[in-house]
Design a protein around this ligand. Sequence first.
Ligand SMILES: [Zn+2]
Length: 125
Amino acid sequence: MKIEFRKVPQSPKEFTAEYSSVKFEGTFCKISPSLVKIQGHLIGNLTLTCSRCGIEDTVTLDEKSDFLLSDGIYKSDSDEDELVLEIENGTIDFDEILQSEIASIQSDYHICASCEDCDFVEKEY
Ligand SMILES: [Zn+2]
């Protein structure tokens, strides 16, 4: 699903995107002439490679993903550390956003359940 940045309404509108077995859905709306707010939810199964033993592990995703999209280079005028993605060509491509979200999750450090069990760390409850 794609939408031109300038056509994004100020009232929240729904979007959905799907890539492999992960779904990304939620709402988006314009909060300033050059900023769009995304309130999304990632749901599905993702195959991650264990950073320790290298086996492939399937994890279930069910997490919120909220961030801002900037039309071109983002210039922050506040000290807040906001998550802002810069988009190119004035077009928001939700499929592309989802693919980069997945890529960043896959590049994170991941430990499979059996490696976790091998850790002799006291678990806090
Ligand atoms: Zn492992």
